[in-house]
Ligand binder design. Structure first.
Ligand code: 6GU
Length: 304
């Protein structure tokens, strides 16, 4: 998978050299490149922002550096990827810009995905991570200040499948931290990046439930033991215990996830656990028996 990140703080993305993602880059599983937006400016001061039309606080990112940066990332004429409709490639040769017009249209489905981190985007989740992990080419456009001139996103739709994406309902100063999170969440799902693919199966959100609690040695620690069944060697019983813990913990912490479960994914024991916890299971829905109050209602509110 190819991943390009454009940012005015490329150093922010240095963490992508580390750990699993860094190793995957070294191994060639991820072709990840970080680009400095200022390299696509043409003025002496390498300006990337300006005041907003209509007034108001803060600055807005200028459209032209973004267009230049993004154009440099769509398939180049030498590659075997079909070229993009009406693309203008600016080649810098011996210090001067040479304009080349390309005419071959690229079908929408073959365009790279352009992810624009924004608190105004769709909320990132494991389902979107799985979806993005199937792509050949992801481009991340890190905005700063009050955001990028809206026309860039409109224009970019001719070359990319544009997806504004948010990490959740809170505000960051820019897209870089969000990109670190998304690249890690997506990258680890690319085949070969995680050494033991089984660890991807039994983790939070892979089946719509949170992960079960885990324990390691010593079995007695500061007066605290571990669930006896984990020492039994009975694998079926252990699997059942863990599944029950997943259901219990999810109901406690994330009732919105329980409400989103497909009842067909629940076995007899799951149903028993949930009815003990006050849920009613219809053929199509898992409903809390009593109207949601407080935390539960709040957790559900932002779920479509
Ligand atoms: Cl993706 N970007 C910014 N700037 N703030 C955020 C976010 C993204 N997700 C949550 N808050």
């Amino acid at each position: 998978m190819r991943i390009d990140v454009v940012s005015i703080f490329p150093e922010y993305l240095a963490a992508l050299d580390l750990s699993l993602i860094g190793k995957a880059r070294q191994d060639g599983l991820l072709q990840l490149q970080v680009h400095d937006l200022r390299d696509f400016t043409t003025d002496r001061h390498r300006t990337v922002d300006d005041t907003p039309y209509g007034g108001g606080a803060g600055m807005v990112m200028k459209p032209e550096p973004w267009a230049q940066a993004l154009e440099s990332l769509v398939a180049s004429p030498e590659s075997d990827t079909p070229a993009v409709a009406s693309r203008v490639v600016d080649q810098v040769s011996a210090g001067e810009r040479v304009e080349t017009q390309l005419e071959t249209p690229q079908p929408a489905a073959a365009r790279p995905i352009l992810i624009v981190p924004s608190p105004a985007g769709e909320v990132f989740n494991q389902a979107l991570a799985y979806e993005l992990a199937l792509e050949d080419h992801l481009v991340f456009a890190c905005g700063r200040y009050e955001g990028i001139d809206e026309r860039v996103l409109e224009w970019a739709a001719e070359h990319f499948r544009v997806r504004p994406v948010s990490l959740g309902d809170y505000v960051l100063n820019g897209g870089e931290v969000a990109v670190l999170a998304m690249v890690e969440a997506v990258g680890r799902l690319v085949p070969g990046v995680v050494g033991n693919p089984e660890s991807l199966v039994e983790e939070s959100h892979s089946d719509g439930l949170l992960e079960y609690p885990v324990y390691t040695k010593p079995s007695d620690w500061r007066g605290r033991g571990i669930p006896e069944v984990l020492l039994s060697g009975n694998h079926a019983k252990i699997a059942r215990h863990r599944r029950d813990e997943q259901v219990r913990r999810t109901a406690e912490r994330r009732p919105d996830l329980i409400a989103a479960l497909d009842p067909e994914m629940l076995d007899k024991a799951d149903r028993a656990t949930l009815s003990t916890l006050g849920y009613t299971i219809t053929p199509t829905q898992v409903q809390p028996a009593t109207p949601m109050s407080g935390v539960a209602a709040e957790a559900t509110r932002h779920t479509p």
